[in-house]
Design a binder for this molecule. Structure first.
Ligand SMILES: [Zn+2]
Length: 202
């Protein structure tokens, strides 16, 4: 027996979320139907979809372009910290150990799963760096295999463009295989202060 069409549509919408299979999508859909505040979710969905955009500079998610971090004159423009996702920016901000600027790649390099360099904001990053003003690029991609591969892709792009800047990587004090966003703020502080040079400014 098939579900009513509107319910099928809701289940299909949930199934599009990463890691959500048919069973979980059904559970979520039935939960929404039972929830007296369900319309709140609908309004929040529409509001988030319509009123957020990508920052034209750092590609973080924002209400205004450029975002508050890029627009803040107190942030050190000579340092640029590269992360995979907007939630990583939040994690580093929580650590209060960094006062420079950011660049969000919007993913991690994983050709086996269809994410290649062209799907990341690497070209936009190189363009941004070519404008000058950045002395140090800090690669803060996740300390897992994908994150390491992503860091190498960015490093290679910087080399290809012959950009004169120092490139560093977060220290390995961070547990291998973890994700930046889940790290305790002290761990991020240590990783930042102990960062290692991959190449010097030349
Ligand atoms: Zn920005």
């Amino acid at each position: 027996m098939a579900y009513p069409k509107p319910l099928e549509r809701l289940i299909a919408a949930f199934e599009r979320f990463p890691g959500i299979g048919r069973r979980s999508a059904e559970r979520m859909a039935f939960h929404v139907l039972r929830d007296p505040e369900a319309m709140e979710l609908a309004v929040a969905l529409r509001d988030a979809a319509e009123n957020t955009r990508r920052c034209g500079l750092c590609h973080n998610v924002t209400e205004q372009d450029p975002c508050a971090l890029c627009a803040d004159p107190a942030r050190d423009a000579s340092q640029l910290l590269v992360v995979e996702e907007p939630r990583d920016v939040e994690a580093v901000e929580r650590s209060q150990a960094y006062r420079g600027r950011y660049h969000v790649l919007l993913g991690a390099y994983n050709p086996a799963e269809g994410t290649e360099e062209k799907h990341l904001t690497v070209a936009a990053l190189v363009k941004r760096l070519a404008h000058g003003g950045v002395n140090e690029l800090i690669l803060a991609t996740d300390p897992d295999a994908e994150g390491e591969a992503t860091a190498l892709v960015v490093l290679a792009a910087v080399d290809r463009a012959r950009l004169a800047l120092k490139v560093t990587r977060l220290a390995r004090g961070v547990p291998a295989g973890s994700a930046l966003e889940y790290l305790h703020k002290g761990v991020i502080q240590d990783a930042l202060s102990g960062r290692i040079a991959l190449r010097e400014r030349s």
